[in-house]
Design a protein around this ligand. Structure first.
Ligand code: FAD
Length: 464
């Protein structure tokens, strides 16, 4: 028999595409080489990190309960149980994907997939090779941690996102190299668990893709909390030493330093997984390892699509992988399909304070020639922030002066990722700054700070 669609990879891109294909009645197979479904996001990315970050937050509450009038003597953290709890959450959701595949009549085939042209996928299963004939293929093979040349991760000292999630004890000290979302989240997490953390970033600022003021605020708060942050800093010569790891650091000042810690986390980006995929049997020409696609996720080979982290120019985010999967399947099924509007892709970083952003930063908006008006509102006077005891951060909105077009919304503050979607929805609906100024926000909520930030454009915030 011939499938309508074979999907390679069961991360958020692949499994969501499989569900949608089932909903459209396409005869679909999902191939996954890992024993469990869910990909990077579920198994070693979004979900386990957020589970641990949540526990880090709860732990901080136990350590500092007095402000809430609670006495809690000698709280104890059983980190091994924390990791078990995280693993249970992951296992539950991986089973949830198994269920979704059954519900949507998707054949799940476990094994390593290799393309034989665009219409055949060979799968090395535990029971030998199996060839799947198909009209279409979606590649959703994702990404893995980028390493320094010649360096190999190990579960003991040199960690990536994979090994760090299996630690059974809290390290005394850790060097985190790279301050993107992954590095900053682990720095924030382990610092709260009690690890002495040093965060190194080669670029002039941490979370370098965020608005500059967001980077500055996160750096300020990290330093205030006791994380050592070095920007413009080059880390080299990472090596195992007797009781840990050593890194040669060249500081922004040019000064050199030998840094030592129990562990090092390498968080310097993600590389696409395309090796051994059989792309040489197709017309696809890789772009630095990534697969180029058009707005419907089509590659240069007819019938072959690619989605998610493996795609050239795609922001490496789970929800982007998912959306790209839905676009590809709609195109394959001949359904109405709208290409993704890249300006409307939200991004969240689950540090404390958290970050949520969508659209252009102030600098990007100015560089694109907009007459920019910004509004900013701090969480200091926000009553829900006081109730939560979390005042760091602000909401910053970037708008265009003449028509009040909303160009970007940037939040750093408690649970920023939750109410960022208000900014995304406003931009998607082409709401203006005026409309957002007049939108009523429930009280007391953190989202009131969003309304106040729009009012602040005109100096009209009430609680400033
Ligand atoms: C620590 C960490 C935290 C993150 N947190 C967030 C977050 O909070 N929010 C967010 O949006 N994003 C987050 N991300 C990014 C997110 O995980 C990725 O963007 C997302 O997983 C990409 O999905 P994908 O479907 O493209 O691929 P993946 O999730 O990487 O899945 C690819 C799958 O393909 C399989 N595969 C590869 N090659 C083959 C083959 N030849 N045959 C069979 N199977 C194959 C792999 O085994 C894997 O299961 C995080 C990433 C990391 C590392």
């Amino acid at each position: 028999m011939t499938y309508d669609l074979v999907i390679v990879g069961s991360g958020p891109g692949g499994y969501s595409a499989a569900v949608r294909a089932g909903q459209y009645g396409l005869r679909t197979a999902l191939v996954e080489r890992s024993p469990r479904l869910g990909g990077t996001c579920l198994l070693v990315g979004c979900i386990p990190t957020k589970a641990l970050l949540h526990t880090a937050e709860v732990w901080q509450r136990f350590l500092n309960p007095a402000a809430d009038g609670i006495a809690c003597d000698n709280p104890r953290l059983d980190f091994s149980k924390v990791v078990d709890h995280k693993n249970q959450i992951v296992a539950k959701h991986s089973k949830g994907i198994d269920f979704l595949m059954k519900k949507n009549k998707v054949d799940v085939i476990k094994g390593q997939a290799v393309l034989r042209g665009a219409n055949q996928v060979e799968v090395q299963t535990g029971q030998g090779a199996r060839t799947l004939d198909t009209k279409n293929v979606i590649l959703a093979t994702g990404s893995e941690a980028r390493m320094f040349p010649g360096l190999r991760p190990d579960p003991d000292r040199i960690l990536t996102n994979v090994e760090i999630l299996d630690l059974r004890a809290i390290p005394k000290s850790m060097i985190v190299i790279g301050s993107g979302a992954v590095g900053s989240e682990f720095a924030s997490m382990f610092h709260r668990f009690g690890t002495k953390v040093t965060l190194l970033e080669m670029l002039p600022r941490i979370v370098p893709f965020e608005d500059e003021e967001i980077s500055k605020e996160l750096e300020r708060v990290f330093k205030k909390k006791g994380i050592r942050v070095e920007t413009g800093a080059k880390a080299e010569n990472i090596r195992r030493v007797e009781d840990g790891v050593q890194v040669t650091l060249t500081l922004a000042s040019g000064q050199r330093e030998e840094l030592q810690a129990e562990k090092v986390l390498i968080g310097v980006g993600r590389k696409p997984v395309t090796d051994g995929l059989g792309l040489d049997s197709t017309r696809v020409a890789l772009d630095r390892g990534f697969i180029p696609v058009d707005q419907f996720q089509r590659t240069a080979e007819p019938g072959l699509y690619a989605i998610g982290d493996v795609v050239a120019g795609t922001p490496q985010l789970a929800h982007v992988a998912t959306k790209e999967g839905l676009v590809a399947v709609a195109h394959i099924a001949g359904k109405p399909v709208q290409p993704i509007n890249r300006r409307l892709i939200p991004a969240a970083t689950y540090t404390e304070p958290g970050i949520g952003s969508v659209g252009l930063t102030e600098a990007e908006a100015r560089a694109q020639g907009y007459q920019v008006k910004t509004g900013k509102f701090s969480f200091m006077p926000n009553s829900m922030a006081s109730i939560l005891g979390r005042h760091d951060g602000f909401v910053k909105v970037v708008t265009e002066e003449k028509y009040g077009e909303i160009l970007g919304v940037h939040i750093i503050g408690p649970l920023a990722w939750e109410y960022l979607s208000e900014g995304v929805a406003a931009m998607a609906a082409e709401a203006t700054a005026d409309l957002m100024m007049n939108t009523i926000h429930a009280h007391p909520t953190l989202s009131e700070a969003v309304g106040e930030a729009f009012n602040a454009i005109y100096g009209l915030a009430i609680n400033a």
